[in-house]
Design a protein around this ligand. Structure first.
Ligand code: GLP
Length: 242
């Protein structure tokens, strides 16, 4: 089920971070992790918070890069991804504020913001582990169907389907932003490891398209078939079409 999927991924993250710091020498780069929003990763965040409280894992020298952010919502807007991440994760762990990176959907130049984000990821030596979810249409981050599989961080217009699905978090559908800044499929593919959490029956078709058909830019998560170290962790409901 979804909480077991979350538990499994939390254990993998704990192992990766702890192994990294066991072998790390003074002056080495920090561990860099890419993070998603959405309801699927919530059990992972909950579990990592517990592990942090029990001193099984520390985020003191971990740097995070979030996948995406809506265009036009203030940081403290209750449905912004900034708010989501601080509320559900960062406020409850020992991470340093300056080590948290989330795209600014209110910047004066979205193009510059996205360029700087890519440069910042590079300046840390890339992403060690990119954790992601999946949209019901197989999107990864906000790389909507039709996105280039070599895309980098940029602004994307959301599809009608995504707006409808994500409207469950808003008071009404007209409040859902129509655009977002998102890391590209190429940005995610550059990570040393990718783990996707896919839970619930609504993801069954997307999971099928992602792993049982060919790599296809209409189901952007399918790009991970080409990655040398990637894993999907799902619950039984999500496997209905396999
Ligand atoms: C949004 C996010 C994605 C996320 C997807 C699924 O579109 N941009 O990163 O994977 O929602 O969310 P949920 O886990 O709530 O189904």
């Amino acid at each position: 089920d979804s909480s077991e999927a979350g538990e499994y991924i939390s254990q993998v993250i704990k192992k990766r971070i702890n192994d990294y710091f066991k072998n790390r020498k003074d002056g080495d780069r920090p561990f860099v992790i890419g993070l998603p929003t959405g309801s699927s990763p919530l059990p992972i965040y909950k579990r990592l918070i517990e592990m942090n409280k029990n001193k099984e894992i520390s985020f003191q020298d971990v740097v995070t890069f979030n996948m995406d952010e809506y265009v036009g919502l203030e940081f403290n807007h209750e449905f912004s991804y900034h708010y989501f991440m601080w509320e559900n994760f960062f406020n409850h762990i020992d991470i340093k504020k300056e080590n948290v990176n989330i795209l600014n959907g209110n910047s004066n130049s979205h193009e510059k913001e996205c360029e700087l984000y890519e440069e910042k990821i590079k300046s840390y030596g890339g992403i060690d582990l990119f954790l992601g979810g999946m949209g019901v249409d197989g999107h990864i981050a906000f790389n909507e169907p039709g996105s280039s599989l070599s895309s980098r961080t940029r602004i994307k217009t959301l599809t009608r389907d995504t707006i409808i699905v994500n409207s469950r978090f808003f008071k009404n559908i007209n409040q859902v932003p129509t655009q977002a800044l998102t890391v590209g499929v190429g940005t995610i593919m550059d990570a040393r490891e990718i783990i996707l959490i896919v839970t619930g029956h609504s993801k069954a078709m997307a999971l099928y398209k992602t792993i049982e058909e060919g790599v296809n830019h209409m189901w952007t998560a399918s790009a991970i078939q080409m990655h040398k170290k990637s894993m999907i962790v799902c619950d039984e409901d999500a496997t209905a079409e396999l």
